[in-house]
Ligand binder design. Sequence first.
Ligand code: IPE
Ligand code: IPE
Ligand code: MG
Length: 250
Amino acid sequence: MSSPANNPDERVPQHVAVIMDGNGRWARGRGMPRQAGHRAGVKAARQIVEACGRRGVRVLSLFAFSSENWKRPQQEVGMLMKLMVEALDREVDELDRQGVQLRFIGDRALLTPVVRERMSRAEGRTRDNHGLILVVALSYGGRWDITAAARQIAAEAAAGSLDPESVNEALIAGRLCLADLPDPDLLIRTGGEFRISNFLLWNLAYAELYFTDVLWPAFDDNELDKALDFYARRERRFGRTPEQALESAR
Ligand code: IPE
Ligand code: IPE
Ligand code: MG
């Protein structure tokens, strides 16, 4: 059988995407306010960044705040933004030292100037690093991403710089936030829900999907290894027959 496990180079996913869900329930289970769950969630994220780096993952995309999360109570939204600024102030030096390249995707127009400034500063600071690429999705939605690409394509066509006949999958992919990165190989969702919640809709087309009941603050190296083991046992066929997949894995 063709599986990533048969090919050492493919055993480790190049790109892992994570929907970090369950912070609120983790806190409630401990009789703590939701905000304590979010703080614990930041710690878990920090650990997983390092663990992915050690395991040879090239790109890690973390869903931190969705387009729809703006609907949460203002107090929680404010707290989450403050937490992001604090985490950047505390962690960017060390991430930079570890060679991590930090990038943000999402609708920045909705963020406050303070958050935007910290994001650009972190990106500028780590731009030339060659280690793990850490993509943080903040104010991000897959539909927003595709819509922005469509708007740009329409504008180019209207201006006459793009022939509508030349619009193909590669052209659309090239205008999405993750244009220069490989698609996620593995999507992990913690917190027990079986849904995508508007994460990287286009890019996840052929990702292997791993769902766990573990709440995000409790997701540690050991849980990551379970997800990576699950991935290593998958047979990725991309629409082909098992025999063809075996042939192309050779
Ligand atoms: C995920 O945890 C973090 C964000 C969406 C910002 P939740 O806050 O969604 O936690 P639950 O799902 O309520 O437990
Ligand atoms: C998904 O979690 C978004 C993030 C992890 C940032 P949600 O808690 O917002 O997802 P739903 O609302 O349960 O689908
Ligand atoms: Mg949730």
